[in-house]
Ligand binder design. Structure first.
Ligand code: FAD
Length: 295
């Protein structure tokens, strides 16, 4: 299988979550069957987020890598974890042929949660020290700053530290306002961050998502989004249609702004991805291969 970094850009990637606890992985593989048919450059699998099982992350990321012709990425967080536990997971991933890791700190419920590492940068350093170049490391970035960071500038300075440790690409937190993303990306470039920045897009498919998202990451919600959620939020099908249309337009605009990649937070909804995919296929192709049919 071709290495992710040899794929044409802009890249096109998906994120899924594994089943919780010891629930069967069968349903998740049903979702992956559909997602893989859209030929993403990789599918990433969350870790411990929202109570999802950590073991299942390893299993599903390995399954993507070995059962589908697709790169699997395992998210890995370091809060509340020891070096030995992290090493056991990394050993298993390497043995299973997974070579892409999204190295994260994870969310802190309180400071006593901290394990051997305090920041993602320490996990990144650890992976390099223990495994050399066996893994390609991705890291998270925040166009509206990380909620704990006092300023965008300070957050970017810490992002630069992660990049300088050998991160190969960045995946952004979700955002709804492309102008905010572009302005932040310019600042990141001005600070010497040269890694590809993959833009995270989450389609809104239910009204209840908005307060959750705002609480989780503090994303700005443009008036246009608030308006469609208010107008159509009481009807599941209607708000989903509006959310898919918004995400599709957002991606088309991001591609016009020459982003290096689109990362879809799929929420394991293959039907939503199918509809967005249908709306951006030719545009992605044209951006990748600079196809011209006239003029
Ligand atoms: P860090 O890069 O360590 O940054 C955390 C905070 O510390 C920031 O405010 C930063 O500015 C600051 N900081 C960094 N270094 C220093 C330093 N040396 N001194 C002082 N301050 C510093 N969470 C999950 O639990 N599971 C997942 O699967 C998951 N997937 C995610 C995927 C993406 C694409 C994104 C964007 C986030 C994901 N998260 C996930 C959430 C993530 O774990 C949280 O946002 C977490 O709070 C921060 O993780 P980080 O890796 O960005 O941390």
């Amino acid at each position: 299988m071709e290495n992710f970094f040899d794929h044409p850009r802009p890249s096109y990637t998906f994120e899924i979550f594994p089943p919780k606890g010891n629930k069967s992985t069968e349903g998740t593989y049903g979702v992956i069957d559909s997602l893989a048919s859209f030929n993403p450059d990789l599918i990433s699998v969350t870790y411990g987020a929202g109570g999802s099982s950590r073991d299942n992350t390893v299993e599903i990321a390995s399954g993507i890598q070995n059962r589908y012709n697709t790169n699997g990425v395992a998210h890995l967080t370091c809060v509340g974890t020891t070096k030995a536990e992290l090493k056991a997971i990394l050993d298993e991933l390497r043995a299973n042929g997974v070579r892409n890791i999204l190295a994260l700190r994870g969310d802190l419920k309180d400071k006593s949660d901290l394990g051997d590492f305090h920041y993602a940068s320490e996990l990144i350093r650890f992976i390099h020290e223990e495994y050399g170049d066996d893994f390609d490391i991705f890291a998270a970035c925040y166009p509206e700053k990380h909620p704990e960071a006092p300023s965008i500038e300070e957050d970017l300075a810490h992002l630069k530290e992660k990049c300088d440790l050998g991160v190969k690409a960045l995946i952004s937190q979700l955002f709804f306002d492309n102008d905010i993303f572009s302005a932040w990306r310019d600042k990141a470039r001005a600070m010497g961050i040269t890694q590809p920045i993959i833009a995270g897009v989450m389609p809104i498919t239910a009204a209840a998502q908005i307060p959750k998202v705002v609480e989780m990451c503090g994303a700005s919600v443009p008036s246009r989004v608030r308006r469609f959620v208010e107008a159509y939020g009481h009807h599941q099908g209607a708000v989903k249609e509006a959310g898919i249309a918004y995400a599709t337009e957002q991606i088309i605009d991001l591609l016009a702004r020459d982003v290096e990649g689109i990362h879809l937070y799929t929420m394991n909804q293959a039907d939503t991805v199918r509809r967005i995919d249908a709306g951006i296929r030719s545009i992605l192709y044209v951006k990748r291969y600079e196809v011209r049919t006239n003029g």
